[in-house]
Design a protein around this ligand. Structure first.
Ligand code: HEM
Length: 253
């Protein structure tokens, strides 16, 4: 077996996770990861049929909803996934905050997390314009106009993001490029750093747990990862139930 893989397996089998009454929150980061994967897969599938043009975007999205087999499902998964991803990120942020996991030596883990939540929001903003329906048009116009009101650099930023005086082809080009190229690349970098730091520092322990004379730990591999997989399965089923029971995107128009 190649050296790095052997080292990784050795590391994973040695790694331990504390077990206590707040351990449930340790699954939130894993759920965030599940949503990253779901968003990447459904986003790639949407790109097969989506046309990033001012005149063609809306028609292509309508075709995905109503003509392409299971297109409605993929689009609805991507749209629900975006919202639930942000919701899970907020839960993960607050749970790590209340467990004081941001304290030394995990400051950089926390800041890389803040970077990730910032990226998730820009994903949401740029993705919202892409269907080019009335809502998307006006929501993006308001967003860009608000940025334009910022002192000194506002106008410059707004013109750059809009790609001209008005929302149009230039805006779609920019938003599409940011959404499908720049942001995924930045996300992979920030996520790689986040996960690396978690491996370096290990999982934090709550104050009361540190003082216990007898502490319980479980092996990350295979025990914790098995629980993680169980949680991923449950969340995926719940997610699919929400997506299917909420009706297809074609009902929105
Ligand atoms: C794409 C987004 C994110 C992913 C995939 C992710 C993933 C993870 C994973 C897998 C863990 C280890 C297990 C756990 O504690 O849940 C973790 C830990 C951590 N995350 Fe995130 N995270 C993300 C965003 C954030 C955000 C927004 C913050 C806060 C601003 C944050 C702060 C932390 C901290 C401080 C830890 C260490 C927890 C500890 O040691 O107890 N993460 N993250």
């Amino acid at each position: 077996m190649a050296f790095p893989l052997t080292a990784a397996i050795k590391f994973a089998t040695k790694k331990e996770v504390p077990v206590h009454k707040q351990s449930i929150w340790y699954y939130m980061g894993g759920i965030c990861m599940l949503f990253v994967v779901l968003q990447l897969v459904t986003g790639l599938l949407l790109m097969v049929h989506y046309v990033p043009s001012f005149d063609g975007a809306y028609q292509s999205v309508m075709a995905i909803n109503n003509k392409i087999p299971f297109g409605w499902l993929i689009r609805s998964m991507h749209s629900w996934g975006a919202n639930l991803f942000i919701a899970t990120l907020v839960i993960h942020m607050f749970s790590t905050y209340f467990m004081k996991a941001y304290r030394s030596p995990r400051e950089l883990t926390w800041f890389s997390g803040l970077g990730l939540i910032g990226l998730a929001m820009v994903f949401g903003f740029t993705g919202y314009l892409l269907p080019m329906d009335e809502m998307a048009f006006f929501a993006s116009k308001v967003g860009v106009d608000v940025a334009g009101e910022a002192p000194f650099i506002g106008e410059l930023v707004a013109n750059f993001v809009r790609g001209g005086e008005e929302i149009g082809q230039g805006t779609i080009n920019r938003f599409f490029l940011i959404h499908v190229c720049a942001l995924p690349a930045a996300l992979m970098g920030a996520l790689g750093l986040h996960l690396l730091l978690i491996q370096i520092h290990g999982i934090s322990e709550p104050e009361y747990f540190k003082k216990l004379s007898i502490k319980k730990y479980e092996k990350f591999f295979p025990d914790f990862i098995m629980n993680d997989m169980f949680v991923w399965g449950g969340v995926t089923l719940l997610f699919l139930a929400i997506v299917c029971l909420s009706g297809s995107c074609s009902y929105w128009y």
